[in-house]
Design a binder for this molecule. Structure first.
Ligand code: FE2
Length: 188
């Protein structure tokens, strides 16, 4: 025993490898009340995969001072004129920040502050995004292929999905004439 260890977890640049990686799949049927166009959502195939997440959670969820690492692969697609996107969340410990970075494909990071002011940042291979605390975040695939991005966040941050699933973001990202545009969400 020479005290030199071989890591049991790897990062290939696009995928996490090793036995300790958690994998999750989100299908259309897992994303009710996320998309604005309810008729288009009801008509979409429920088993269609919208995104897959690979996570390395080396400490127990909620641990102070630890870090989590994840890679998300968003599939291309639309529900109505809205791009496929992640659920979006605030952090449960709301002051916790997070890094995102683009790996492959084209996407958008959609951000909203506590006062429901919403804006977006383009994501592409090599783009780096610091998400401050108290900012809700979600991503959308605006390209024609897989959009993959990385994330690193504090292990005590947690996820608060409730506010977003109940009230959404104040703006939605839609395709207009082939271009992504952030527009006010029209309430029902
Ligand atoms: Fe987050």
């Amino acid at each position: 025993m020479n005290n030199i260890l071989v890591p049991q977890t790897g990062f290939t640049g696009k995928h996490l490898t090793g036995e300790k990686i958690d994998k999750a799949v989100r299908k259309i049927s897992d994303l009710s009340s996320i998309f604005n166009d309810e008729a288009a959502f009801a008509a979409a195939p429920p088993d269609k995969i919208v995104y897959e997440v690979e996570s390395y959670l080396p400490v127990k969820d909620g641990t102070t001072g630890g870090l989590f690492f994840g890679i998300t692969h968003l599939h291309p697609g639309m529900v109505g004129n809205e791009y496929f996107m992640t659920k979006g969340h605030f952090h449960k410990l709301a002051d916790r920040g997070e890094f995102y970075w683009g790996i492959e494909g084209e996407g958008m990071l959609i951000l909203m502050d506590k006062n429901r002011k919403t804006w977006a940042e383009k994501m592409y291979p090599g783009s780096l995004h610091y998400i401050d605390g108290y900012i809700a975040h979600r991503t959308a695939n605006t390209g024609s292929g897989i959009f993959s991005f990385g994330a690193c966040w504090p292990s005590d941050a947690g996820h608060d999905y409730d506010i977003i699933s109940q009230h959404g973001f104040s703006k939605i990202l839609v395709e207009e004439n082939g271009t992504p545009v952030l527009i006010d969400r029209v309430k029902d």
